[in-house]
Design a protein around this ligand. Structure first.
Ligand code: SAH
Length: 379
């Protein structure tokens, strides 16, 4: 590499405001278990049994207008809604691509923080790509979100609300293809999900809890993507929830990965890949290795060979597959996508060694799908 890459210090803790801790997002029923929802209403002097009706409106009927909640007494409706269904975020802007089947929304949270989510509808499935933090502390130099640092963790309900908003627009037939539902959720928007572990696990529980306590999704349809926070990967393996794990590897050698994914200076390629392998063994879920192809940086044929060797050292190919991501260049950066010929050769080398490999389609490229770029432009 010709010039050194400047990296930001890694941040694990939320930065504190000038006058101590920042105010917390409003508490919402999606932050709470069914029993806690009931308690919350009772604390507010409201009847606890209404919690179930509110959950049904939120998770099953996908209703957000109090006027449609006609099973709640009119004189108490506003208080009940304010108690458990406060407004968490407002859409600032929605961009569409692929004839409306890719929709990216820029959200403003209660404190002005900006995050984004992307809905992608394919024949037979619809995926929501969600954010788990406003900003990110991992400082990967090719990622737009990584350049701004961490603003704050999102709450469980703020994470869930992105999925519910997508589910609402599908249910209301606002996305071409007829009324539908969200089948998949990927934590590949802004933020490092494993650095906001408890809120993310809360969100996974709400997404998979049966309706009307939650959205009733299958854990298998949920993918948590991480830079490789090894202790958290191990903790996730012990949760007993079979979500898919995606590891953002981007380089098979420590020298390059230390620059592309700075957390690698704490957890090496070997430690990280071993934790991914343990995850696959424990959960019986195939791990996805994410590899963003960057021209002249990590796309050499010898690195394809090394990647295959590193992965193969952990057993046969049943445990893993490689997902190559064409780099989405961030404005003003020196990072660009690989030459298609180099990409082809990289795939050929991996496949020659037997590695199951896919190249991610570049949905929503023209709207900077899922790389933190819209929020970066606005702020
Ligand atoms: N922090 C998590 C999830 C967020 S990003 C993680 O790193 O896994 C989801 C994926 O998009 C990651 O693999 C990330 O490295 C990749 N990514 C980030 N910026 C990108 C860009 N400009 N082009 C292509 N992929 C990018």
């Amino acid at each position: 590499m010709d010039e050194p890459i400047k990296t930001l210090p890694l941040v694990f803790e939320e930065p504190k405001g000038p006058r101590g801790p920042k105010p917390k997002p409003p508490r919402h029923l999606a932050d709470l278990t069914p029993a806690e929802r009931k308690e919350r209403l009772e604390e507010l002097g409201l009847p606890g049994f209404r919690a179930k009706q509110l959950s049904t409106h939120y998770f099953s009927r996908l209703v957000d207008d109090p006027a449609e909640m006609t099973d709640l007494p009119a004189e108490q409706r506003d208080e009940l809604v304010a108690g458990l269904l406060p407004t968490l975020m407002t859409p600032l802007r929605t961009l569409e691509a692929d004839r409306g089947t890719t929709r990216k929304t820029l959200w403003k949270l209660f404190d002005g923080a900006l995050v984004e989510s992307v809905l992608m509808r394919y024949p037979g499935r619809t995926t929501m790509c969600v954010s788990s933090q406003a900003g990110c502390g991992m400082a990967c130099p090719f990622c737009a979100t990584g350049q701004g640092g961490l603003e704050r963790n999102m709450s469980t309900a703020e994470i869930v609300e992105q999925v519910v908003a997508g589910a609402r627009s599908l249910a209301r037939d606002e996305v071409p293809g007829g009324p539908g539902r969200v089948s998949n959720v990927v934590f590949m928007g802004m933020g490092e999900p494993m650095a906001n572990y408890n809120a993310v696990m809360g969100a996974v529980r709400r997404l998979t809890d049966t309706s009307p306590d939650g959205l009733g999704m299958s854990a298998r349809g949920i993918t948590v993507s991480t830079v490789g926070l090894v202790p958290r990967m191990r903790q996730l393996a012990d949760e007993g929830i079979p979500v898919t794990l995606a590891l953002s590897l981007h380089a098979p050698d420590d020298e390059l990965r230390n620059e592309l994914v700075p957390i690698n200076t704490r957890f090496s390629v070997a430690e990280t890949v071993e934790a991914a392998w343990d995850y696959a063994r424990k959960t019986k879920r195939r791990v996805s290795i994410e590899y963003a192809m960057m021209r002249g940086i990590n796309d050499q044929a010898w690195r394809a060979d090394l990647l295959a060797d590193v992965l193969h050292s952990y057993g046969d190919w049943g445990w893993v597959h490689v997902n190559l991501i064409p780099l989405n260049p961030t404005p003003g950066s020196k990072w660009t996508a690989s030459d298609p010929r180099d990409e082809k050769e990289f795939v050929r080398r991996l496949e020659a060694k037997g590695v199951p490999t896919t190249v991610r389609d570049t949905r929503g490229r023209e709207i900077d799908g899922a790389c933190g770029q819209l929020a970066a432009v606005e702020s």
